[in-house]
Design a protein. Sequence first.
Length: 327
Amino acid sequence: MKSNTGTVRRSRRGRSFARCIAVAAGLAVGAAWISGCSPGGRSKADAEKLRAFANELVNRELYSQAVREYQNYLDAYDADDEARANITYTVAGIYFERLHDYENALAYYLKLKTLYPRSPMLPQADRQIVACLERLQRSADAKQALDEAAGLSPSGSGASQPGQVVARIGDRTFTSGDLRVRIRQLPEYQQNQLGDKTAKLEFLKQIVATELFYDAAKRKGLENDKDVIEAAFQAKKNMMVQKYLEQEIEGQIRISDGDVRLYYKANTDKYAEKDSKGKVKRTRPFEEVRQQAAEDVVREKQNEAVQDLLKRMMLAEKVEIYDDRVE
């Protein structure tokens, strides 16, 4: 999808040479006027003009120039931490998304974490730090950054989440707080399956096993295996799609107790106890299967919402599938 920031469309580039010269000249004059003001005499209005100018440079796809003007803003004006954090994040995004300069992007994301530790953008910055390190083929550093963000402390200096230590992996500790965080990251239906101590203990053992096998695989250099790289890319793509769909249909799914009861009545046989031949032995009452039925209703409505979104996207993108050509 194209950015909503006003990026110049390809068709505009075919317009008259004179107009392009005029735009470039206008930007140059603006830069000279802004740069010509003395730092001591700059006002809040001047600061906003400089920031607006940097935004316009982004809109004109002059990304390197925009970074320079954003940095001029940070150097010249005494803005509050929120504004400085926002600009730092913006610059990091330009380096990452537009210039594909992952070293400078990494530097600005780290600057955001170091100078503005209370910024609400830190979770996004943590994810982007890992993405930068992966693109720089610094897999070990990316793993460390991911562990630090996720709660597994590789340094052995202590767990990031409060609680009693429930597992150790070498010099790494894993606490009850870490376990709660990992459980909350699961889909709701899986969280519901981890309600008792036995289930939680089994989940913890799975986490430990995954870490041990991962460490062993890294020692064999499998992080650079071509099949692993391709599978990791596909897994990332699938995760992005899943996250996108969650965000798009979030808030659309609303069900009432009446919806669940109607679904149960229409699918009573689905929740009945059956023998080995599939014959109904007992019809389970609604109260006994209420939670399961509610989850089934939500899942069905989610599927409907996804299919509706897909149809609209295929129409908007003029998708054509040639069934007769598939052998």
